[in-house]
Design a protein around this ligand. Sequence first.
Ligand code: ATP
Ligand code: LTN
Length: 343
Amino acid sequence: MEEVTLNAAENSARKKRLYSAVQPTNALTIGNYIGAIRNMVAMQDEYDCLFAIANMHAITVRQVPAELRKNTLAMLALYMACGLSPERCTLYVQSHVPCHAELAWVLNTFTYVGEMERMTQFKDKSAKHADNINMGLMDYPVLMAADILLYNADVVPVGVDQRQHLEITRDIAVRFNNIYSPTFVVPEGVYPKVGAKVGDLLDPTKKMSKSSENTAGTVFMSDDKDTVIRKFRRAVTDSDSEVRYNPEEKPGVSNLLSIYTAFSGKSIEEAEREFAGRGYGDFKLAVGEVVADRLAPVQKEQARLLADKEYLNSVLKEGAARAYKIASGTLSKVYRKIGFYQL
Ligand code: ATP
Ligand code: LTN
């Protein structure tokens, strides 16, 4: 399909815009950190960034209200403790900007039921929550398209599991632009080269997931040192004893090596040299220690921030105002184009 973008003058006048979001469904894992948050932190100066806490997406699976509320603020504090700065980027809660729901409604009329039924995540989540296959679960990608298109985002960093949703967002944008006139920027998905899929410690070929049933293979950003060390000590390796990176032959050891490099800043080669001739016991302890030592200050900072709810609320208020300014502009342009009578 042909791509339509904003005119050159409009594009060059601004820093490229980046948009991403994470659902406040549970405590975050080191998989979320390595695959998503770490890249968001690294990109925040280069782009005009907006990061949302996607609570409207979260309710597509039944949530405990008190937990959802608590996780929302905890996620903001964690974003900030990991290095996302409210001075340098816009941090806000999705439901605080009503334009998301409003644009999603319009985009629904440019999206086909068959397309939504084919989405892998919809099929997976329908199987997992067979008692609650609600319209929101099916409409999840349209709301995500509304998130991204409202801000005319150029790039969207996400893990590879979101690729299909990015593709449908692009299709919807092109479809709308072709029917009317150039309105939306067609966004590019950005996927991490390393750590795009951190494996579960007990089953390294499976994605480490915050909602997995057995948490023994999942390291949460909130785990204390003893828990982290214990989880790594039990991590699955293999029957030889060489610390070498080879994801096909040695998935467990390779997963541990990528976690180690992500948290220590060392390269794979440096890590292989460091552990040459040493046993897996030593290696697993070292990975656990480096992770726990890096998590401790983040947890301390998160707790410090969480103690000042007023400040966090002010960050969210300012974030929502900034986001609303951009989003409402796009929405009114869309309303005009589709023929909604405006006062
Ligand atoms: P759930 O387990 O509830 O499906 P999740 O852990 O996949 O949740 P999301 O909120 O869906 O978390 O995703 C947040 C971000 O983290 C997304 O960009 C996603 O691609 C990324 N991500 C999630 N798990 C991993 C992982 N194991 N490795 C790398 N990136 C990940
Ligand atoms: N579905 C995403 C979260 C999300 C998102 C977005 C990511 C909601 N809206 C917009 C990027 C852009 C996920 O990671 N599970």
